[in-house]
Design a protein around this ligand. Sequence first.
Ligand SMILES: [Zn+2]
Length: 500
Amino acid sequence: MARIAVASFRHETNTFAPHPAAMADFETGYSWPGLVRGEGMPPAVKGFNLAVAGFIRRAEAMGHAIAPLVFASASPSAAVTEDAYESIVAIIFEELAAAGPVDALYLALHGAMVAEHLEDGEGELLARLRQKLGPKLPIVVTLDYHANMSQAAVEHATAITGYRSYPHADMAETGARMAQWLDRHLAAGAPRQARAFRQTPFLIPLFAGCTMRAPADAIVAAVAEIEAETGVLLTFAGGFPAADIADCGPSVYGYGADPAAVDAAVARLAEMVEARERDWGGDVLGPEAAVARAVRLADGACRPVVLADIQDNPGAGGTGDTTGLIRAMADAGLMRAAAGLVFDPHVATVAIRAGEGAEISVALGGKHAVEGDRPLAGTFKVIATPDGQMTGSGPLYKGARMDLSPMARIRLGGIDIVVVGKRVQAADQEFFRHVGIEPAGMKFVAVKSSAHFRGHFQPIAEAVIDVAAPGPMAVDPAALPFKKLRPGVRLTPRGARIGG
Ligand SMILES: [Zn+2]
C-alpha cells in the first residue's frame, strides 16, 4: 500500500479571450466544484466525470491511501492572474508539507494553462515540484486532450497521460488508468522512465479535433492499439489552438522503460497525425446560411436540427453571450426553437424579479465588445425561472452537481432562450430540461459549444451544423493574431478546408 498525494489545478487558457481567471473564478466553481483544499476535496469531486475523482476511486479500491491537497478549476478564459496562480501553487506546497511523507504525487492538470507572468503553467508547476521533491519521487500527471505540451512538462513528470475522447467522456477513466499505471510502477520499484515528445507542425481547429469524426477517431483508436502492442504509455494531444505561446499546438508524447520503444511508438503515432494533415478541417457556415440549411433539413424531420455556435464556446474562453446565431434564428422566424446557454446574469436576474409570465424589455448578451457582435434588444416573455441547481446526465457532465443561477427561460418569437449566471458550455440536455425544455421535442436547438455537445445532442439530432457567428473563439486559428508561436508552425493544416 502506498500513500499518494493528490492535487488538481486546471485551466484552459485562451490568451485571445477578453476576461482573465482571477482567484475568485477558481473559488466560485462553474460546471465543476469551486476551490476546495485538504480533506474536503475527495467528497467534493466524488461522482464527477473528473480525472481526479477517477484516480481517487481506483487508487483507494486498490488499497492505497490518498493525501488530498486541493481541487482548483476555473472556466476557460484569458490568462490566470499571477495572484491566482501563485496562491494556488502555494496551497499545493502548504498541503503537501502538511501531508508529511508520501510515496507518490498525482496531479490532475489541464495542460493548456497560461498565467499572466509565465507561459507554461504546468511545466513551471512540475519544475517547482520536482525541485522540492527530488529526482526520485514518482510524480504522475493526467492532462486534457487539449493540452499544449511543453518539453518542461514532459521532462519533470515521471509519466503523463491524457484523455482520449473529445467530447471528454473519459476524464474519470483517464484518472483511473493513471492510478493503475502508478500501482504497477510502484510495484516494479519505480523504474526510471524514458520519454519522447513530438510537436505537430500545424494547429488543429478546435471543432476538427472531435474524436466522433475523422481523422481524430482513427488517431485515438491507434493510441490504444500501439499502447497495447508496445507497452508504451502513449498520448495524442489535440492542442488548444487559441493560446499565443511558443508551445501551442498538437503533440504526441510517451513514457516507458525502453527508450527505443518509446521513441518508435511516438514517431509512429505522430506520423499518422501528420499524414492526415488535410483532413483536420470541416464544413462551417455563417449564421444566415446555417439557419437556411437548418430550415431545409428540418422540413419533414421528427428530430431537431442542432446548430453549434462554435465561435462562442465558453468551454474554450468564449464569453457565452454573443447573439449572432440567435439573431439569425429570430430573423428567419424559426418556431419550436431553443438556444443556450447565454451568459447574462443581469438579464436572468431581471427575468426572475419580473416573474414567470411577465414581459421584459432588455438587451440580451453582447456585453463583451466582441468584434461584429452586439446585444439582442427586444421584449422577451419570461417562461420559467428555476433555481439553477441541477445534475448533468450526458457523457461529459454525468453526475456533475451544478449551480448555474441566476437562471431563466425567456422567449423571443418562437425561440426559447436559456439564460444563465455561470459560463458553462451547453453540453448537456439537463440545462434545457431544467427550464422545462425537452431538446428532442424541439425542431431547432442552438448550443454554444465546439464539440462537447455532440456527446449528448448528436444522438437525438436529425443533423448537426457547425456555425461561425461573430465570437471570440475563431474557428480558424489563422484568424488569430499570433505573436509568440514557435517558427514554422502552420496556423491552418495544409490542404484542410474550413468553410461551407
Ligand atoms: Zn478539452
